[in-house]
Design a binder for this molecule. Structure first.
Ligand code: NAD
Length: 494
């Protein structure tokens, strides 16, 4: 990577990473910092990162406001050219990005390198293309020629969570930039480093100063200051439902549209007529990334007649998981992000045990890494009731629940019985049943006999407390735009 000169930088896995903010095309420090440690080995401090405050937030929004007229006036073609250069640079620097994000967040290095990070480049390219392909709706009525136009909305704040920080940030920033908005991104304080590299790449691609800004810091501090700024025109948030309530209050006080991509508690429904081996393999795959995946199907539900056969297969695939160093290609389960999060996940299991739920496997800290290691054994819990806390609340760790159902109606009842509605997975050998389940299950995405197959033009989002609004394709571009109805009286020229 050939980063531009400036700012405080630190070496992470052989890659030079700035620990400063990136505001108005420059690196800017803060009087205070926060400590960033590696989940791979908590004794390793990766960096002291600039800890933004209200002044930093004001400075970043100043920059986004100042850059908006030029960027919005560049049009979809001019913006697309810059965005495609960013995409090419992401592709060219995948190994460095993977080296940093793996140490910072502990996602498997191989998976980052082969799959996750190139999605960042695809996000930039896909939205550059889609914005150019937009066709205004044009029609005549009541003696007027009518057109629907997109107007860039304005300065936009994007707030992202700690899991898959680079990919998720590009998923939100790319459509905002393609729509003509300027962006202030605040990555999560537990994995802030790969987004700092995104600023380097945008700079190198020639993105005009102030169009894309990165502010580092704590959510309740600089995050809260950013979303409260009355000059904002959009807020885009991915994270937990609790934080979304704070952000929603700030957005409401300034009447700013916001989208929220929140937690999930997806059902993984297996009918006896399905390919049970394929279903069990995919179900055991829900432990990937230590279960720190919002879309994961964490409530395994199996038709009662297939219970024993499914469980035997599931245990076989779960036994094949390898807990280990995320840099090692043989590893399939990485450590969790942070000791606080580890304690939260372990707390769910302890309360489930104490309440009388049955631990079918796992249920304890792995011996890997000793007392400070952040690996938790892949855990399957059979709850005593559907009301159990571990069934009704997102754990966001390697903890799945196991339930059985009697028939299709019972499966739908269980699937729709939480406050969440982000994703669902159904395994069945019947096309008719797949159709019925696809309609009956309440979720933003329902996958049948597959998981995580994504089309970037498809709507993405959640029902209930899993979110507000939809990202993806034109849904995102419409959100980041103000739609204008333009009418001209026919025969206006005299
Ligand atoms: P979080 O809500 O704790 O934090 C998310 C971001 O919000 C962070 O950058 C944080 O600094 C910031 N923040 C916190 N308080 C704030 C405030 N008062 N004002 C402004 N910003 C604030 O979430 P997390 O623990 O980082 O992420 C895990 C959650 O994210 C899980 O619930 C997971 O399911 C969800 N998630 C959802 C999706 C999706 O697409 N639906 C994707 C990934 C993660």
């Amino acid at each position: 990577m050939s980063p531009f000169v400036g700012g405080t930088r630190t070496d992470v896995g052989g890659v030079s990473v700035s620990t400063d903010h990136y505001i108005g095309g420059q690196r800017v420090g803060s009087p205070h910092t926060f400590e960033n440690r590696s989940p791979l080995d908590w004794s390793v401090k990766l960096a002291d990162v600039a800890r933004g405050d209200a002044d930093t937030a004001r400075l970043a929004i100043d920059a986004a406001v100042a850059a908006f007229p030029e960027w919005s006036a560049m049009g979809v073609k001019g913006r697309g050219d810059v965005m495609r250069r960013v995409a090419d640079l992401i592709d060219a620097h995948v190994p460095e990005l993977a080296a940093v994000e793996c140490r910072d967040m502990a996602m498997l290095e191989e998976s980052l390198r082969l799959r996750v990070l190139s999605r960042g480049a695809r996000n930039f390219r896909a939205y550059a293309d889609l914005a150019e392909q937009y066709e205004e709706r044009v029609w005549a009525s009541n003696g007027t020629a009518n057109r629907v136009m997109r107007m860039p909305a304005g300065p936009t704040v994007v707030i992202t969570p700690w899991n898959a920080p680079f990919m998720l940030s590009t998923w939100k920033c790319a459509p905002a930039l393609a729509a003509g908005n300027t962006v202030v991104l605040k990555p999560a304080e537990w994995s802030p480093l790969s987004c700092s590299l995104l600023a380097d790449l945008c700079h190198e691609a020639g993105m005009p100063a102030g169009v894309f800004n990165v502010v580092q810091g704590i959510g309740e501090e600089v995050g809260a200051a950013l979303v409260s700024d009355p000059r904002l025109k959009r807020i885009s948030f991915t994270g937990s439902p609790d934080t979304a309530k704070h952000i929603g209050r700030a957005a409401a006080s300034n009447i700013v549209p916001f989208t929220a991509e929140l937690g999930g508690k997806g059902p993984f429904i297996v009918f006896a007529d399905s390919d049970l081996e394929a279903a069990a393999k995919k179900a055991a795959g829900q432990f990937d990334d230590s279960g720190q995946v919002c879309l994961a199907g964490t409530r395994i539900m199996v038709e009662a007649s297939a219970r024993d056969e499914f469980l035997a297969l599931f245990h076989r695939f779960a036994d094949a998981h390898v807990l280990g160093d995320s840099m090692d290609p043989a590893t399939t389960i990485s450590p969790m992000i942070h000791p606080e999060h580890f304690a939260r996940v372990a707390g769910f299991v302890e309360r489930a045990r104490a309440a009388g739920d049955t631990i079918l496997r796992g249920g304890q800290r792995s011996s890997l890494g000793g007392d400070d290691g952040l690996w938790y054994e892949p855990t399957l819990i059979e709850p005593r009731s559907n009301d159990s806390e571990v069934v009704q609340h997102e754990v966001f760790g390697p903890v799945l629940t196991f339930q059985t159902f009697t028939d299709e109606d019972d499966a739908v009842r269980l699937a729709n019985s939480t406050a969440y509605g982000l994703s669902a997975i159904v395994y069945t050998g019947s096309q008719e049943r797949a159709e019925r389940m696809g309609r009956a299950v309440r979720a933003g995405t329902v996958w049948t006999n597959c998981f995580l197959v994504r089309d970037l033009t498809a709507p993405f989002g959640g029902c209930g407390i899993s979110g507000i609004g939809r990202e993806g394709g034109d849904y995102a571009l419409d959100f980041y735009s103000d739609l204008k109805m333009f009418q001209v009286l026919e025969n206006t020229t005299h």
